[in-house]
Ligand binder design. Structure first.
Ligand code: ADP
Length: 459
């Protein structure tokens, strides 16, 4: 595997490219610039704990500059004024440039987020280009409606861009989350954006900013300001000149950003928050498939340093609350933030490990006897992000899908994502969808235009 020192080696038979970090400054108004404070911060490789490089540390002053640039680009620049077709063409070029740099981008997410290189190369980075193309194609297909009003009037609706959008993104899928947010905002609606990537994973976001400029995205339209949550993130959430906020992260911080939005300019907020997504395996299920799916659902993604510490606390708590630790439960390896695959049985609904999101390799097994009980247990959390159902019985699958209060249901599959499939939570998992045509709505607002028909006196 390639290390932060730039060495390269084979990984599972694939040559992994050398790590080369080209962009370490803030991207504001089409330029890479130092932070106003001159400060920088370390970004680390979670596989080893080693420092990869230092990144300019944005805070309120830099967010102010980025918002000023985005405001100017929205109010007076070409981006919202060009046709959807022209915007789409630029974004298609952006997607083509991503395709040309797949390996370079994948290795950045590997060192920054601990992602498997092949997952980045085969899924996350091509998926980012796919998202861009999906919305590039939608850019010239934004329609309002024609209204037949009850009086002798005619009216129509215009779908207009919401304005300057603030995006606050997490570390767990740096490339995917960036394009969940940025592509519908830029492509379809002609908004301008300020992105605050997670402090753990700024590298690929800065590379994407560079590619956007090369593709012809005008200066000020896409700004990327790495920095910390309570400084740069909070400045985005409370900014008076940001018209819309889209956030993905923890429920705790989601609450803070919503409060900040409410206390500033009442900007609308979309939140994609935590989850506690059950996989319900019925007794007719193909057992091999079920095992593969629950393993995939539980052990797929990666953990950073903070989560590593939290996960170990939850494992300890699970044991104290009386669940049986069947396997795992300990850190592993002599560097990085690795934890053994962990399985608990005898888990009760009200235990913390059955209620709280655990962002790590911990499976909690809960038994049920009837379909009704399965539904009741699946709904017995404050979250509602997703759920899996494993059964061959179509009646059960249909009934349970309708009864679970979650934004996504995967039947005999898991993590079945596609640009055309809206993703987002119910309940305390948030509101407002990423992906699909639904995501466009977050970045549009509807204007009604009414006029009397010919020879109709109005007053
Ligand atoms: P996670 O637990 O997935 O790391 P967080 O909610 O802590 O999620 O972080 C998600 C994003 O929110 C990151 O970009 C982080 O910097 C940002 N963030 C953290 N605290 C705040 C805050 N007080 N205001 C705004 N953004 C924040």
């Amino acid at each position: 595997m390639a290390g932060a020192n730039g060495s390269s080696e084979k990984h599972e038979g694939f040559e992994v490219p050398k790590v080369e970090v080209k962009f370490t400054k803030l991207f504001i108004n089409g330029q890479f610039v130092d932070a106003v404070s001159g400060k920088t911060f370390e970004t680390r490789d979670p596989r080893t704990g080693e420092v990869i490089t230092r990144i300019a540390e944005g805070d309120k002053a830099d967010i102010d500059l980025a918002v000023k640039a985005a405001r100017e680009a929205f109010d007076n620049g070409p981006w919202p004024r060009m046709t959807g077709y022209e915007r789409g063409r630029i974004l298609h070029r952006f997607a083509d440039l991503i395709d040309q740099h797949i390996e370079e981008l994948a290795i950045l997410d590997t060192v920054d987020a601990g992602k498997l290189f092949m997952v980045g190369k085969l899924r996350d980075i091509p998926g980012a280009a796919h998202l861009l193309r999906y919305y590039a194609g939608a850019a010239d297909k934004i329609h309002g409606a024609t209204l037949k009003m009850s009086q002798r009037m005619q009216a129509y609706t215009l779908k207009e861009p919401v304005g300057v959008v603030g995006h606050i993104v997490p570390w767990n899928y740096p490339s995917t989350m960036f394009f969940f947010k940025v592509s519908p905002a830029l492509a379809a609606a002609g908004c301008t954006v300020v992105v605050k990537p997670a402090e753990q994973t700024p590298l690929s976001a800065l590379f994407y900013a560079h590619l956007a400029k090369e593709a012809g995205v005008p200066d000020g339209v896409l700004n990327v300001v790495p920095g910390f949550g309570p400084t740069a993130g909070a400045a985005v959430a409370s900014h008076m000149d940001i018209d819309k906020l889209s956030f993905t992260g923890s429920t705790e911080v989601g609450r803070l950003v919503m409060e900040a939005a409410a206390k500033s300019n009442l900007k609308p907020v979309s939140l994609e928050l935590g989850g506690k997504s059950p996989v319900i395996v019925f007794d007719d299920a193909d057992v091999d498939m079920a095992v593969n799916l629950v393993n995939f659902a539980t052990y797929t993604n990666k953990v950073d340093k903070d989560q590593y510490e939290k996960v170990l606390k939850y494992i300890n708590l699970g044991q104290r609350e009386g669940a049986t630790l069947v396997t795992g439960g300990k850190p592993c390896g002599d560097k990085g933030y690795y934890i053994e695959p962990t399985i608990f049985t005898d888990v009760k609904d009200d235990m913390t490990i059955a209620q709280d999101e655990i962002f790590g390799p911990v499976m909690s097994l809960i038994k049920f006897k009837t379909v009704e009980e399965a539904i009741q247990k699946a709904n017995n959390t404050r979250y509602g992000l997703a759920a899996g159902i494993v059964t061959k019985n179509i009646d059960i699958a249909n009934t349970v899908s309708r009864s679970i209060r979650a934004g996504v249901i995967w039947i005999n599959c898991y993590f079945a994502f596609d640009p055309d499939a809206p993703f987002g939570g119910y309940k305390m998992s948030g509101f407002g969808k990423d992906m699909g045509m639904d995501a466009l709505e977050k970045y549009l607002q509807t204007k009604t235009v009414a006029t009397p028909l010919y020879n109709t006196p109005w007053l």
